[in-house]
Design a protein around this ligand. Structure first.
Ligand SMILES: *Cc1c(COP(=O)(O)O)cnc(C)c1O
Length: 324
């Protein structure tokens, strides 16, 4: 079966060395590389573009005229769905957890700029969010529209196909890659990488978006590979979740500073900062070692830094005041 695909991003993304960050982490200067999937182009970039190329390919083939998806208020996936809808001439409704707050910064500013309509679902769990999205779709259909529901985080077996291609890019860019480190949210990104590179080559750092992230990765990866994918065979760390999905932790704050001050590389407080904090923990406990090639997936998310209540703290703190 062939799957329709719509080109949205700019590929392949660069793979860049990070020698100063490597040294700060206790790795050799050639050991650490950053896969710049924050530079996928459309809508400010990020990992969701690769998945949307497949899920929106299917939506277009089905004749959809409206995209509906779900997420947290600062969802990067929602923002990139809004951008892709604009690019493709489709209406977009974002069903977001919570209520319209005082803050319209970060991703929410971009959602509005891209012309998406927002439907606030209240403080609901995942099932409540799905129910709200189903209701929005029913209402759109009743009004004569043809909605397509894009899954949470863009993650499904179909969406994970986007990361098969990223895995192939990595194989070509760094043939002796030992470990690709990636933030694990809704699971599609890690799943595609696992299908492309094998379970042993991918270290997922759970961000706390799902109750059972390993099950999601297995569900999305298994149909894409002949390798047997099992929860036990996956490399997943759950030690960076802290107090929960959107809450900035001490190790993540340190990781954000470290990447910014060694490489001029901004990470985000929810995903990529956790990925680096998880890599740091893996180096400390010896599961990632000097002399091996390690890739940190930069999956994007910068608007989330500007939408995060603690981001302002970085501006106030700086590196101290220069006294003149
Ligand atoms: C969504 C997201 C992830 C996680 O990807 P999943 O496929 O949902 O696991 C990582 N980083 C950023 C910046 C994201 O927006």
């Amino acid at each position: 079966m062939t799957h329709p695909h719509v080109p949205l991003g700019t590929f392949p993304t660069p793979l860049e060395p990070a020698p100063r960050l490597a040294a700060a982490l206790g790795l050799g200067p050639d050991d650490l590389w950053v896969k710049r999937d924050d530079l996928t182009g459309l809508g400010g970039g990020g990992n969701k573009i690769r998945k949307l190329e497949w899920t929106l390919g299917a939506a277009l083939a089905d004749g959809a005229d409206t995209l509906v998806t779900t997420g947290a208020p600062q969802s990067n996936h929602a923002r990139l769905t809004a951008a892709a809808g604009a690019r493709l001439g489709l209406a977009v409704v974002l069903v977001l957890r919570g209520s319209p707050g005082a803050s319209h910064s970060g991703n929410l500013a971009l959602d509005g700029l891209f012309g998406a309509r927002l439907a606030w679902a209240g403080q609901v769990d995942q099932a409540g969010l799905d129910a709200a999205a189903a209701e929005v779709c029913a209402r759109l259909r009743a009004g004569g529209a043809r909605p397509a529901l894009v899954p949470f985080g863009g993650s499904s077996v179909l969406g994970a196909r986007g990361y098969l291609r990223c895995g192939a890019e990595l194989r070509e860019q760094l043939p002796d890659l030992r470990t690709a480190v990636v933030a694990l949210g809704s699971g599609g990104t890690m799943a595609g990488l696992v299908a492309a590179l094998g379970s042993g080559a991918v270290l997922g750092i759970d961000v706390g978006a799902l109750a059972d992230p390993a099950a999601a990765v297995v569900e999305f990866a298994a149909p894409l590979t002949s390798e047997k994918v099992s929860p036990e065979g996956l490399r997943i760390r759950r030690d960076q979740v802290g107090a929960g999905y959107a809450v900035l932790t001490g190790p993540v704050r340190d990781a954000l500073r470290l990447a910014a001050r060694t490489e001029g590389l901004p990470l985000d407080p929810v995903y990529t900062g956790r990925a680096l904090a998880g890599l740091q923990a893996a180096i400390t406990d010896g599961t990632v070692r000097p002399g091996e090639k390690t890739v940190l997936l930069h999956t994007g998310g910068l608007p989330g830094l500007f939408g995060h209540p603690d981001a302002v703290g970085f501006a106030e703190e700086g590196a101290g005041v220069f006294d003149r």
